[in-house]
Design a protein. Structure first.
Length: 72
């Protein structure tokens, strides 16, 4: 897993998405807003996979820069 990877994990009835920041941290959208969580907390006991994006619009560093202000 690399910084900036798009993560996907199963939830009841849907898939949940997040952005890996490195060092076991993930930002993800919740009803309370965008939150910073541990990787374990984000995956919530489910498997977690990296969603490939061969033609991504923003590189990993830009994706993280764009997501972090929302988590503050």
């Amino acid at each position: 897993m690399q910084r900036g990877d798009h993560l996907v994990t199963a939830r009841t009835g849907y898939e949940h998405h997040g952005l890996y920041l490195g060092q076991g941290r993930v930002i993800h959208y919740t009803p309370e807003g965008v939150l910073l969580a541990s990787l374990d907390g984000f995956c919530a006991g489910q498997s977690c996979r990296v969603q490939p994006h061969p033609h991504r619009h923003h590189d990993a560093a830009a994706s993280i820069r764009r997501g972090l202000p929302a988590a503050a």
